[in-house]
Design a protein around this ligand. Structure first.
Ligand SMILES: [Zn+2]
Length: 127
């Protein structure tokens, strides 16, 4: 692999795409889909063995410009969801009726007045 580009995020994505296409092709019996799965696989292989490292880096940078914000958004959603699941017995989660900001209040406190820290909206909520 000396002088070759090697693996990167775009290649990983291409291989995952090839696997997904291959599985869809196998499960649905669509042979054209199965054959189409080889295209991203060969592209990933070509990129990994390429000696034109600056060009491959530029491709990866362009890919990451779109991929990274999406990945960060998904990671944040998963993190928020895991916090909600962990605290579901001690806290009540809901959205602000005005700005849709996610808020939480401790359970078992009766009716409380909530002030949204983001927009300042005040409303009554049952815990
Ligand atoms: Zn609000």
């Amino acid at each position: 692999m000396i002088g070759r580009y090697g693996p990167d995020h775009l290649n990983t994505a291409l291989i995952v795409l090839a696997i997904v296409f291959g599985l869809i092709g196998r499960l649905t019996g669509l042979t054209s889909f199965f054959a189409f799965s080889y295209l991203p696989l060969f592209l990933a292989l070509f990129r990994m063995l390429s000696r034109n490292i600056p060009a491959r880096r530029a491709e990866n940078d362009r890919f990451l410009r779109y991929y990274w914000p999406v990945r960060t958004k998904i990671a944040n959603r998963v993190k928020t969801l895991s916090i909600r699941v962990k605290q579901r017995k001690t806290h009540k989660f809901f959205r602000c009726p005005s700005c849709k900001n996610l808020l939480r209040i401790p359970r078992g406190k009766g009716r409380v007045q909530v002030t949204c820290p983001k927009c300042g909206e005040r409303f009554i909520k049952k815990t």
